[in-house]
Design a protein around this ligand. Structure first.
Ligand code: MG
Length: 271
């Protein structure tokens, strides 16, 4: 059976300039494109993010995943991180953000998942849209009207997250399921990118650098050049072929139709 969605991808990571250890981890192998930003100090964050990525590695190589696959991997990841936490005196924890390739009636979809303040964006028709909603203190203050987005960037509480995998958090992940369109470019990143490089510059790079690997490396380089105060991880995923007509017998290449209809509003969030 033909895959519902074929992607081209690139990724890059860097410890930054202030930290010796890179506690970010990532997986960028179809159908899984996720970033985990570990925390906890004394290598606990390192082990937490690695444990989560290890759980999702089991899904690599499948043509597409379902919500249940992701929630199961997440549940196993939570157990693995909790085990880390109880084996020492440090409460390990990690964020998780990204997309997996999904299929609905044979059509290509993105299933985005988020817990914490790593981010998933979509660049489509020249617009860079943040899909994930940060689980952070400053995000809550933005939503309640107490802080503007600009104030939040400089607020001393900007690194405090309200949900995590591990770190004594039981907060659920958010999920979004939306149809993939030919030309979609997904960006998944840790906050080491977004706290250093403004969205407008991120958009400019994603718009002008065609190759996803080169774009990933350039984004990381910019974050390092801007100060590199945190670990930085970037994944760029491009939709290069999207099966979009349900019920078609996918016998030959010509049966794969590119969806050229106007983009419909992204399917509502599944929470
Ligand atoms: Mg970070």
């Amino acid at each position: 059976m033909r895959p519902s969605l074929i992607v081209a991808t690139g990724s890059a990571t860097h410890p930054g300039l202030r930290r010796t250890l890179n506690e970010d981890a990532h997986l960028a192998l179809a159908p899984v494109f996720v970033v985990a930003d570990g925390m906890g100090g004394h290598e606990a964050g390192d082990r937490a993010s690695a444990a989560v990525i290890a759980e999702f590695s089991g899904c690599v190589g499948r043509p597409s995943l379902e919500l249940e696959d992701v929630s199961r991997a997440l549940a196993r990841a939570r157990e693995a991180v909790e085990e880390l936490s109880t084996s020492g005196d440090v409460r390990a924890g990690t964020t998780l953000s990204g997309v997996v390739v999904a299929a609905v009636d044979g059509m290509g979809y993105w299933l985005a998942v988020n817990i914490g303040d790593s981010r998933t964006y979509r660049l489509a028709d020249g617009e860079l849209e943040q899909i994930s909603v940060d689980h952070s203190v400053v995000q809550e203050l933005i939503e309640s009207g107490e802080l503007t987005v600009e104030e939040a960037m400089a607020d001393r509480r900007r690194n405090i997250i309200t949900r995590a995998i591990g770190a004594s958090s039981t907060g659920d992940a958010d999920y979004w399921l939306f149809p993939a369109e030919l030309g979609d470019r997904i960006l998944v990143c840790s906050d080491g990118l977004t706290s250093e490089v403004p969205d407008a510059r991120i958009r400019e790079i994603l718009m002008t650098v065609t190759d996803p690997q080169t774009a990933s490396e350039l984004l990381v380089d910019e974050a390092v050049a801007a100060g590199g105060r945190d670990n930085i991880t970037v994944i760029v995923v491009d939709a290069v072929s999207v099966a979009s007509r349900p019920g078609t017998l996918l016998a030959t290449d010509s049966d794969i139709d590119m969806d050229t209809r106007p983009r419909e509003a992204a399917a509502g969030g599944v929470r």
